[in-house]
Structure formats: structure tokens, C-alpha cells
Design a binder for this molecule. Structure first.
Ligand code: NAP
Length: 262
């Protein structure tokens, strides 16, 4: 990896991802959509991969602006074939991938008694095997960058025990996978960090914190007393994706309004 000694305030004021090639999974909505928008506005060419065929739903207002830098693609993160198809397409066009954001994920608010074996398998397959396959398939393209950043969306549920045991297990495993990747591939100019949001104002966030539990789960348990926004998480992901975080790898960044400080 090359360190730019000319890094200065003037440069920081410029677009923070200018010329970067980024792949964001689960980019159709929620945190992923906020990341796709933010990256495009910071000068990256963004490939948004999502399982839903309704690819442009969230972005209809943007496509005349920075949206020109966004390509919408079908991607099922649980399928190696699907990853290979998309990564090959990007590499054929650009020769590399600079940023991989493993954001796609699922959640289910179920106790261990309610969780079936199939639901356990699906949770671990999407949330843990998905990022594993993505990193494995994109590895050569990330090496080709010479200065790449992987950001894995874990959760505060990956740091401490949670009600949904299969979700917590999937996110805890992702946290440690992040550190293994950081160790093994620093020599190839690849950084890898995890982000750990608390409750965020998305479809998933509202499924995790039902309306009748807002008082106890948000107002009492979280010092800042509210949901975070997808944009507040995207800001942190942007920092980790950009060269501003050039000496940060194997780290875990919590975005939770102070919840885990208790
Ligand atoms: P979201 O609103 O549910 O969006 C997730 C996106 O991922 C959806 O577009 C979904 O598509 C897509 N997806 C699901 N399975 C996929 C697959 N197999 N392949 C490709 N795409 C797939 O979730 P979010 O709240 O933005 O969360 C994003 C990430 O942050 C997740 O990893 C989540 O675990 C993590 N996180 C979220 C919170 C929170 O409170 N929101 C807290 C901590 C961590 P469909 O909707 O069409 O299935």
C-alpha cells in the first residue's frame, strides 16, 4: 500500500472517494442505500448489488445527479455464482475493486425456542457466509487495487449477547472474520474493519425494536434516546472506506448512540 505524504486539508476538502470503484451489497434500501448515495456523491463509481429485482425503487430522484455513477445489479450474497458474475463484470470494466461493503443482511426477532434449524441456517448463510463468499471471490480484484478497504456490517449484537441468538451468532462471527482478513491481507494493501450499529431507523431497525418496546429499548437503554439514521452509519462507513482511515484495520467501530457504553 502506498501512503500519500501530501495528504492535507486541501485534499480532504475534495471528493473523498474520487476515482474509487466500490461494491455495496444490499444497496437497495436502508443503510446500504445511504452508503450507495454517499459514495456516489463523494466521487466513487458504485456498484449496488441487491437480491431484489426492484433495483431503482429507492433512487428514482437521484438518477439525474450523482446517480449516474451508480450501477444497479442483481446479487444474491449466498451464491458464489452470483458473486462471480458481478465481480467479473466489474473487473472486466474497471480492472479492480477498491471498496467492498458487506452490508446485505437479514434479521428475525425470535427466541431460541422459536427458531428452527432452517432459520438458523438461513441467518448464518446470509449474514456470515455471504461476506465470506464476497471477500473470497473479490480477493484478486481487491489486491489489484493496491489500496483496498473492506467494511463489514456487524451489529452491537455482534459484541454482546442478544435476544435473537442466531442473529447475534452471525454478527459475532463476522466481527472475528473481519480481524482474520485484516491480519492476513494487510500485506496486500487490503484493510478490513467492522461497523456495529445499534438500532437504526430502517425496516430492519423497526423489526428489531417493535413500537411497543420503544420506551424501554430506545429511550431508557440508549443514552442518546433515539434511533440512529442510515446516513449516520453511512458517514462512518465512508471514513473507513476512504484513505482518511489508512492506518485503521481490524478495528470495530460502534455507531449506537452510546448503548454499549453502559
Ligand atoms: P434492510 O433495510 O433490511 O436492508 C437490507 C438489504 O439487504 C435489503 O435491500 C435486502 O433485500 C438485502 N438483502 C437481503 N438478503 C440478501 C441477499 N441474500 N443478497 C443480497 N441482498 C440481500 O437492513 P438495514 O437496516 O439497512 O441493515 C443493513 C445491515 O446493517 C445489515 O447487515 C444489518 O444486519 C446491519 N444492522 C442493522 C441495524 C438496524 O437497526 N437497522 C442494526 C445493526 C446492524 P430485500 O429487502 O429485498 O430482502
Amino acid at each position: 500500500m502506498t501512503i500519500d505524504p501530501m495528504w492535507n486539508h486541501e485534499k480532504r476538502a475534495a471528493m473523498r472517494l474520487k476515482g474509487k470503484i466500490a461494491l455495496v451489497t444490499g444497496g437497495n434500501k436502508g443503510i446500504g442505500a445511504a452508503v450507495v448515495r454517499r459514495f456516489a456523491s463523494e466521487g466513487a463509481k458504485v456498484w449496488s448489488g441487491d437480491i431484489s429485482p426492484d433495483l431503482r425503487r429507492e433512487f428514482s430522484d437521484d438518477l439525474s445527479g450523482h446517480g449516474k455513477n451508480i450501477s444497479f445489479e442483481a446479487l444474491d450474497v449466498t451464491s458464489q455464482n452470483s458473486w462471480e458474475r458481478l465481480v467479473n463484470k466489474i473487473v472486466n470494466e474497471t480492472g479492480k475493486i477498491d471498496i467492498l461493503v458487506n452490508n446485505a443482511g437479514i434479521y428475525q426477532r425470535k427466541s431460541i425456542e422459536e427458531t428452527t434449524e432452517e432459520e438458523w441456517d438461513k441467518m448464518l448463510t446470509v449474514n456470515t457466509k455471504g461476506p465470506f463468499l464476497g471477500i473470497k471471490v473479490a480477493l484478486e480484484a481487491l489486491r489489484a487495487s493496491g489500496n483496498a478497504s473492506i467494511v463489514n456490517l456487524s451489529s452491537t449484537a455482534g459484541l454482546r449477547g442478544s435476544f435473537a441468538i442466531h442473529y447475534g451468532a452471525s454478527k459475532g462471527a463476522l466481527r472475528l472474520m473481519t480481524k482474520s482478513i485484516a491480519n492476513q491481507f494487510a500485506k496486500d494493501g487490503i484493510r478490513c474493519n467492522s461497523v456495529h450499529p445499534g438500532p437504526i431507523d430502517t425496516e430492519m431497525g423497526h423489526a428489531a425494536v417493535p413500537h411497543d418496546q420503544l420506551e424501554e429499548r430506545l429511550y431508557q437503554r440508549i443514552p442518546m434516546g433515539r434511533f440512529g439514521t442510515a446516513e449516520e452509519v453511512a458517514n462512518v462507513i465512508l471514513f473507513l472506506a476512504s484513505e482518511e482511515s489508512s492506518f485503521v484495520t481490524g478495528s470495530e467501530v460502534v455507531v449506537d448512540g452510546g448503548a454499549t457504553s453502559k
